[in-house]
Ligand binder design. Structure first.
Ligand code: NCD
Ligand code: ZN
Length: 355
């Protein structure tokens, strides 16, 4: 029975500009949650081994398409994982053939499966040159890595040490600063983003939690991701940026599933699985900020404009109920492994209608 007092909001069907859907049984378990809601998604290439060539991106795309539930319309947009040895010609061919949408920079050892990442940005300058020429966006995991850099400072250091120099050397290169977590990043992108060469994705969880979430009454592995959540003032800056209506900010959930066993461990994996409720939680955040009217730009319009693709022609309806949402149960892989979803720390009332 639909709740007669519910508030509804209909927007063009959104896209998710940053997802990890994994492969094999994990892919089959998690993909339906993304595919049912989002029309398109930028697929992260950090598999084991990583997706480093156009040929591998094509094979991975086939595997993803085979896992889309019957009757669901969903387009995976593929990325390749840059290494010190990436061949610029392979990227250009893959882009021209429509196989690759973007390339991903993981500084070596920055996050899950990033050990093959780029060891020195200068090593990929020929690749960046090529990408700038053909208009292929560079997606960056924006964290500087080094024994002397505090984990909470990595993003701010990356802006100074890598992002600013790269933007100076490649002024026309389109860059997406992925899953930003700091006021420094939000301010930098807001100031520079109007040139249409720099944008940022923001996750639902970074809009909802600060770093205290990881330590509430004990260590809470399901709130641990990279870049790690920061202080409250940074969360507030992200909410301001996302809900500002600025075209340089758009939706990227960074849903990053790991099995319960891999997270609840002495060395637990980084990653928050938010595909089932992320869109509804963005609505919750925009509503609480009194900015629901800006959700459509953030979720459905700014990303397509930056990537140069049309806004999706179909629509999706969000519904706000009087009763808070019930907790999402862990989902199960074919092998009976549990994946625990993101649980917001305060009640949320929004949901997606009819799916
Ligand atoms: C991601 C993953 O698990 O692949 N983890 C995460 O915490 N976000 C990698 C990434 O995007 O950094
Ligand atoms: Zn990610």
């Amino acid at each position: 029975m639909p709740d007669p007092s519910a508030i509804r909001l209909t927007i063009p069907r959104p896209d998710d500009w940053h997802v990890h859907v994994r492969d094999g049984d994990l892919l089959r378990a998690v993909l339906p949650y993304t595919a049912k809601i989002f029309a398109r998604a930028i697929i992260m290439p950090n598999l084991k081994p990583p997706v480093t060539t156009a040929a591998r991106a094509k094979a991975y795309r086939d595997e993803i398409i085979a896992a889309v539930p019957a009757g669901v319309k969903f387009t995976p947009l593929m990325t390749v994982y840059l290494t010190d040895a990436t061949d610029p010609a392979d990227l250009a061919r893959g882009h021209a053939e429509g196989v690759i949408t973007a390339a991903k920079l993981y500084p070596a050892h920055a996050t899950t499966n990033s050990e093959h990442g780029v060891t020195d940005i200068k090593k990929i300058y020929p690749v960046l040159e090529q990408m700038q020429k053909i208009g292929m966006p560079l997606l960056v995991h924006g964290e500087a890595i080094g024994a002397d850099i505090d984990v909470f400072d990595r993003e701010a250091v990356f802006i100074e040490k890598t992002l600013k120099p790269v933007r100076k050397d490649f002024p026309a290169l389109k860059i997406v600063f992925e899953h930003i977590t700091t006021q420094e990043a939000a301010d930098y992108v807001a100031a520079e983003g109007s040139k249409n060469t720099l944008a940022a994705t923001i996750t639902a969880h970074h809009l909802l939690i600060n770093r205290n979430a990881m330590f509430q009454g004990g260590i809470r592995p399901h709130y641990y991701c990279l870049p790690v959540a920061k202080r409250e003032k940074h969360r507030a800056a992200l909410v301001k940026a996302a809900t500002s209506g600025g075209t340089m900010f758009f939706l990227g959930t960074d849903t990053a599933p790991h099995t319960r066993a891999a997270k609840e461990s002495a060395c637990g994996c980084a990653g928050i699985f938010s595909a089932p409720n992320a869109l509804a939680l963005y609505a919750q955040v925009f509503d609480e900020a009194g900015r629901l009217d800006k959700l459509e730009a953030f979720a459905s319009r700014n990303g397509p404009a930056f990537y140069g693709v049309p806004v999706n022609p179909d629509t999706l309806t969000l519904v706000k109920s009087l009763k808070p949402n019930s907790e999402i149960k862990p989902i199960l892989t074919e092998n009976g492994q549990e994946i625990v979803g993101f649980a917001p720390m305060s009640p949320a009332f929004w949901g997606v209608a009819d799916i």
